[in-house]
Design a protein around this ligand. Structure first.
Ligand SMILES: [Zn+2]
Length: 205
């Protein structure tokens, strides 16, 4: 059971209240109980707390909830990105080379029948990294590349993906469809634009 003091610290509706400050930093409503219970549930599922209701929290639950809410309240990621725009840029590039491009590669890369297409895509990216950046596999993960290196990797992969796409006979739109991704705005894809207008799934070729 929480003490009155702990409960006050957790729930008081003013600055200094743990939930209040987290809401302010994240743009949430203080009264959004569903969200608050969702956070407790999330911490419970992750094994960080032993109870899902504040009325049942013990001291250890309280400490875990407190540190989680303090992180949310400090909005660390947002603050860092404002002070260091290159970090936001790096995050965007990592999203492309770690998520989008592997998906596209897994569609167009020629692989032996029955081979794991995802594994093949990541293996291919590892090879490109070690030949472009002389990384030894496993010693310099993609997260360690700086922004210019990541841009180089993205451009290299984009060129290779395009070559394989043409060899495999995919249109740009079909490749993105197969990867369950929308065409990027830079391609000014008409099929995606029409689909967006009609609020329907993109039409295939
Ligand atoms: Zn499209």
């Amino acid at each position: 059971m929480l003490t009155r003091k702990q409960l006050w610290y957790l729930m008081r509706k003013e600055r200094g209240g743990l939930w209040f400050d987290a809401c302010r930093a994240q743009g949430w409503q203080y009264d959004d109980e569903q969200r608050r219970h969702g956070i407790y549930q999330h911490l419970f599922d992750a094994g960080k707390i032993q109870h899902t209701r504040a009325s049942q929290f013990d001291d250890r639950d309280f400490d875990a909830v407190k540190s989680h809410l303090l992180v949310l309240a400090s909005n660390i990621q947002g603050t860092v990105e404002t002070d260091h725009p290159e970090i936001g840029e790096k995050r965007r590039l990592l999203h492309v080379v770690k998520l989008r491009q592997p998906k596209l590669l897994s569609i167009v890369l020629p692989v032996a029948e029955g081979a794991d297409r995802n594994a093949a895509a990541f293996e291919y990216i590892d090879q490109v990294m070690s030949s472009r950046f002389h990384t030894l596999e496993g010693l310099r993960p993609v997260d360690d590349l700086n922004v210019p290196e990541l841009e180089m990797l993205r451009d290299t992969l984009a060129a290779r993906i395009d070559t394989y796409r043409q060899k495999a006979g995919y249109t740009v739109h079909d490749m993105y469809q197969a990867a369950h991704l929308p065409c990027p705005p830079s391609t000014a894809c008409r099929k995606c634009a029409i689909a967006k207008l009609n609020h329907t799934e993109p039409v295939s070729a």
